[in-house]
Design a protein around this ligand. Structure first.
Ligand code: G3P
Ligand code: MG
Length: 254
C-alpha cells in the first residue's frame, strides 16, 4: 500500500499558519493556509499560568496582541479577552488566542497536518509543556499528520518519555544552526526529523542528515530562488511564511 497523499510529509509547511496573510498562530492563519491549498502548518505551543496550552510564539504579549506582559502569567479568561488579530490588520479585529484544543479540532476538521513546536520560554518547565501538549495532539491527529518539534532537548525527551515508540510519535530536533552534536541527539531521541535554519545549513551537513535516514526540514524559507539548491541537497520540506511563493518552483521528484 502506498501512503495517502495526506500521510506524506509535504514539501511546504506554512510557518505559524499562513503568517504572510493572517495573524500568526491563529485559527484564521490556519484557515488561510488551507484556503491557499497548503496541507501542513507549523504552530508554537506554550502554557498559560493555569496550565492551558495555547498557540503563541513569544514569551510576551506586546508584538501580537493588544495586551502587555508575559503570556505565562495569564489565566485563560484573561487570555481570551485579548485581541490577537488587529495588530496584523483591522480585518482580523476580534480574533482570539486559540487554545491547543481548539486548534487541533480545526486542523482535524480540515484534514491538515501539524508540526507542533513546543516553545519553551525561559524558566518554564519542559516536562509540564510536553505533558500538556503532546497527549492532546496525539489523541486528535494520526501519527502521520503530526510532528512534535522543539529547540528544547528536555522538552523532547519528556515527549519521548510519554510515547517511547518512534513509530507512534514523530519527534523533530529543532536547531538554529545544525551543529556537530546533531546525530547523537537525534539518535538518542529516536527522532523522525532534524529541523534547522536554512541560511545556516551546509550541503555536507544536509547530506549527512539524509544519509543517516532522517527527514530534513528547514525554516524560514521565503525566497524560492535562493532556496532552490537546498532541494538538491536532499531537504525534504520548507517551512515558509508564504508557501504560495514556491508554486511552480518545486523539484519534480518528491
Ligand atoms: O519550527 C521552525 C520555526 O518556527 C522555529 O523558529 O522562532 O519561528 O518558532 P520560530
Ligand atoms: Mg515555531
Amino acid at each position: 500500500l502506498s501512503p495517502s497523499p495526506m500521510a506524506a510529509l509535504p514539501r511546504l509547511i506554512a510557518h505559524r499558519g499562513l503568517s504572510a496573510s493572517a495573524p500568526e498562530n491563529t485559527l484564521a492563519a490556519v484557515r488561510a493556509a488551507h484556503e491557499a491549498g497548503i496541507t501542513w502548518v507549523e504552530l508554537d505551543v506554550q502554557l498559560l499560568a493555569d496550565g492551558t496550552p495555547v498557540i503563541w510564539h513569544d514569551a510576551t504579549l506586546k508584538r501580537c496582541s493588544n495586551g502587555r506582559g508575559r503570556l505565562a502569567k495569564l489565566s485563560l479568561a484573561e487570555a481570551r479577552r485579548l485581541d490577537v488579530g488587529a495588530w496584523f490588520d483591522a480585518a482580523f479585529t476580534g480574533e482570539r488566542m486559540a487554545t491547543l484544543d481548539e486548534m487541533l479540532a480545526l486542523i482535524d476538521t480540515l484534514s491538515m497536518g501539524l508540526n507542533l513546536e513546543l516553545k519553551l520560554a525561559r524558566g518554564r518547565d519542559p516536562a509540564a509543556l510536553a505533558e500538556a501538549a503532546v497527549p492532546r495532539a496525539m489523541a486528535k491527529l494520526p501519527t502521520t499528520r503530526l510532528i512534535v518539534s522543539s529547540f528544547s532537548g528536555p522538552a523532547l525527551e519528556a515527549a519521548r518519555g510519554l510515547e517511547p515508540d518512534p513509530t507512534r510519535l514523530r519527534l523533530g530536533r529543532l536547531y538554529d544552526k545544525i551543529a556537530k552534536g546533531w546525530e547523537a541527539e537525534a539518535r538518542s531521541l529516536e527522532a523522525f526529523s532534524v529541523h534547522g535554519d536554512w541560511t545556516r545549513l551546509t550541503e555536507a551537513r544536509a547530506r549527512a542528515i539524509k544519509a543517516a535516514g532522517y527527514r530534513l526540514i528547514c525554516y524560514t524559507a521565503n525566497d524560492p530562488e535562493a532556496f532552490a539548491p537546498l532541494w538538491q541537497w536532499g531537504v525534504d520540506a520548507a517551512i515558509s511564511d508564504d508557501p504560495r511563493r514556491f508554486c511552480g518552483r518545486l523539484p519534480d521528484a518528491v
